[in-house]
Design a protein around this ligand. Structure first.
Ligand code: SAM
Length: 300
């Protein structure tokens, strides 16, 4: 998997991938990152990348020509060229509710430049970036991330080249660089082999349902649930006693089935308290629903 970042601030990424899991993934060549300075694709003395907005108003806009050249330098044609003759027109409106692209709507392999590539525009106006989307991006071969600055990017770049417009949250950043780093981090850790323990990416907040997780455990009941769209349960480590609080006894008794039940209840409690909106789309068993009702009654 390769990430290509197009930015006017290549220096932003110095050091950002030098720690932890990302550093290891790069060192082991499970992923690679190319940082492309947009100014290298300008042709004037001042290396101009921006201009005043048509129609007036605040700020500056990233010009289309250097961006188009930067994308072309990566061997990527405009969408219309890629899709010629396929009768296919991918757009983010085709995405499923959970944020993943509907499989039948994803770009046909034959139309992609050299590999499974997506061009993403980082934008506060984009569709919300979710864990489901990160899972889908992690199956690609190459992701091109276009980082906006100032008031944003000339919209024709979005229309001509971008397969998705992604926002990392409902707030406005000064530039797409932080957003690109977020997308890379969340996606990269889901690539097989990147996390030390292969399964550890599966048992996290916003993860898939239990039934979708295959583990190698034989004979021992698994002590975790696939979150099925819920938040993670709380974690504890040594010492057992800290700040006058004792870690829950159930976690120390070695009964995996009991631990699993407790953790599920905690996932439900946390989600109900912090993100009740997630419960609607979560995969909940009959037992989960009963537990949830009991928690609701208890908190009334
Ligand atoms: N005028 C834009 C608006 O109101 O939506 C904001 C532009 S912002 C100052 C500059 C750049 O930061 C954007 O072009 C985009 O690349 C990036 N950006 C800002 N907020 C973002 C977000 N929530 N998610 C992803 N990228 C973001």
């Amino acid at each position: 998997m390769r990430f290509e970042i197009v930015t006017i601030f290549p220096g932003f990424f110095a050091g950002i991938f030098d720690n932890g899991i990302l550093r290891r993934a790069l060192a082991e060549e499970l992923v690679s990152v190319g940082v492309h300075d947009l100014r290298e694709f300008t042709h004037d003395r001042h290396r101009t990348v921006d201009d005043r907005p048509f129609g007036g108003g605040e700020g500056m806009v990233l010009k289309p020509e250097p961006l188009a050249e930067a994308v072309a330098s990566l061997g990527i044609q405009p969408k219309a060229e890629r899709l010629k003759g396929t009768g296919f027109s991918p757009c983010i409106e085709d995405s499923k509710e959970d944020g993943a692209l509907a499989p039948e709507k994803t770009l046909p392999e034959a139309t992609q430049p050299a590999a499974k590539t997506r061009v993403i525009l980082l934008s506060a106006q984009g569709h919300p970036f979710t864990q489901a989307m990160a899972r889908e991006l992690a199956t690609l071969d190459r992701i091109v991330l276009i980082c906006g600055r100032y008031e944003g990017v000339d919209e024709r770049i979005n229309q001509l080249y971008c397969d998705m417009e992604l926002s990392i949250g409902d707030y406005v950043l000064s530039g797409g660089e932080l957003a690109a780093a977020v997308v890379i981090d969340a996606t990269m850790r889901l690539i097989p082999g990147v996390l030390g323990n292969e399964a550890s990416g599966e048992f996290e907040s916003f993860g898939v349902a239990d039934a979708e997780i295959a583990t190698a455990d034989v004979g021992v009941p698994r002590s975790q649930h696939g979150s099925g769209g819920l938040l993670d349960y709380p974690h504890y480590t040594r010492p057992a006693e800290f700040g006058g609080l004792r870690a829950p006894e159930v976690l120390m008794n070695g009964d995996h089935a009991e631990i699993r039940r407790w953790r599920r209840e905690q996932q439900l409690r946390k989600t109900l308290t912090n993100r009740p909106d997630l419960l609607e789309g979560a995969s909940l068993s009959k037992e989960d629903r009963k537990l949830l009702d009991a928690i609701r009654v208890e908190s009334e």
